[in-house]
Write a protein that binds this ligand. Sequence first.
Ligand SMILES: Cc1cc2nc3c(=O)[nH]c(=O)nc-3n(C[C@H](O)[C@H](O)[C@H](O)COP(=O)(O)OP(=O)(O)OC[C@H]3O[C@@H](n4cnc5c(N)ncnc54)[C@H](O)[C@@H]3O)c2cc1C
Length: 377
Amino acid sequence: MILDKNKFQVIVVGGGLAGLISSICLQRSGVNTLLVEKKEYPFHRVCGEYISNEVKPFLEKMNLFPQHLKPSELNRFILSDIKGNIAEVDLPLGGFGISRFQLDDFLYQKALEAGVEVKTKSEVSDISFFEDEFNVSLKNGEQLNSEFVINAYGKRSKLDKAFDRDFIKKKSPFLGVKYHVKVDFPKDVIGLYNFQGGYCGVSHVEDDTVNICYLSRRENLKQYGYIAEMEKAILFQNPILKDIFENSDMLFERPEVINEISFEQKASVENHMLMAGDTAGLITPLCGNGMAMAIHSGFLASEAIIDFYKGKLKNRSEVEVQYSEIWLKHFSKRLWVGRKTQNLFGHQFRSGLSVGLVKIFPSLAKNLIKQTHGEVF
Ligand SMILES: Cc1cc2nc3c(=O)[nH]c(=O)nc-3n(C[C@H](O)[C@H](O)[C@H](O)COP(=O)(O)OP(=O)(O)OC[C@H]3O[C@@H](n4cnc5c(N)ncnc54)[C@H](O)[C@@H]3O)c2cc1C
């Protein structure tokens, strides 16, 4: 039992899916956990909000599936090339659609219910490891200590600079944009529409709301200066996207935008800290399972630490080895396939070729989708 109010068994940095899931699992197993989140719930994030069904049984078993929010059920996949030629396949496993605004807030409430101590509107500015203990500094000057740290602060943070991580030294050419809209769009479809230098996902979330989320090369924005101008000049060359955008009632005053999205390799353990979700590696969004990976890796990180407190693992080094090995087993191949597949998108010739291949060999497409997804757990 830890009595110092600034000392925890585990500090989890970042309250997205990886951080929320790991802190709930830890606290429910009796491990005293603090979750630190920079923002205040609920809030929107740039994300396609399609979650692969591989995590549904786990969420249901843990009483963390938000059935009452009525997520959409998505089981058909439509792919278009830049000119709007389409191919369609059934999704082997399917998924559900729910806004991060609702889902993360629901899990935050579950974390509080479980007894996790949560500091929102609090940013971690540095973490050091000394004499088998972590010292976690917050931006407001507060100093906290813990036996373990799980970093789940997402795809990019000032912390990556503080830790001198390799990927942060390279400039990344991608930006992400998201809208919620009302538009006539099939309820069970996830559409992926190519445009020059990017691709755009369209699918339902809850409440008859449709998510439009795209990844674009930054040169597109540089060339046109404003998001709206870029969309008209580039995305609208795909007639399907033009039609969807022009018939949408926008629910946000302005889009959610993020820059510098990197798909470079990252380590799953750094300086004794376990990295989960995007902090350990971001899969290209076209694979549509970054959220499932965040949930799964958050769970696996918590399992390694729980095993230590149960006496199944003898020391810190065994925790790190268990987590890094299981992380590699579940995620490294998918990340690699995702990076390779992304090369087929955002160009007329290659996107046209992929639409043609999906039309002629739908089983090939299903197999590729399987390669980027994990086993149900
Ligand atoms: C354009 C785009 C579309 C996508 N579409 C999909 C999709 O349809 N389906 C899918 O499965 N995946 C999709 N993804 C991927 C998915 O969004 C991520 O994989 C997922 O959100 C990762 O969750 P996470 O918990 O690791 O990180 P996040 O959800 O990013 O959470 C990280 C949290 O850490 C907090 N934080 C950051 N720094 C600090 C700090 N210093 N101190 C405290 N808190 C901090 C942040 O505020 C944030 O709340 C998409 C990604 C992009 C870029």
